[in-house]
Design a protein around this ligand. Structure first.
Ligand code: FES
Length: 114
């Protein structure tokens, strides 16, 4: 139950567990957003597939450990929280992600508006 002023997170099924992670990220559609799902040391993280610099496809970036580097101009982000690694002025839009049986589900709206 949610109280006054609280909103309930809505999730949508976006992929089967066996269909993901054949590249740096799995790109899916969640509501009105394109979302990139990353496996970060066995934990799933989901971010809008849109770099905050100029909209590059962050899901096609280079993943090294817990960092992804945008393929367009090399801005890098920490995949644990989506924050830029070299400054505090930009972050990826993060989505909640959870596994329900074999289904991967993502929230239909980001949890931050960076
Ligand atoms: S669009 Fe990602 S670094 Fe420029």
């Amino acid at each position: 139950m949610t109280g006054a002023g609280e909103t309930q997170t809505t999730f949508v099924r976006v992929a089967h567990r066996r269909d993901v992670f054949k590249g740096p990220a799995t790109i899916v559609r969640a509501g009105r957003y394109e979302v990139a799902i990353f496996d970060v040391g066995g934990e799933l993280r989901a971010y809008e597939n849109c770099c905050p610099h100029q909209g590059g496809p962050i899901g096609e970036g280079v993943v090294e450990g817990e960092t992804v580097t945008c393929p367009w101009h090399a801005w890098s982000f920490d995949l644990r929280d989506g924050k830029m690694t070299l400054g505090d002025f930009a972050a990826l839009r993060r989505f909640e992600v959870r596994v329900e049986g074999d289904a991967i589900c993502v929230s239909t709206e980001p949890v931050n508006q960076s």
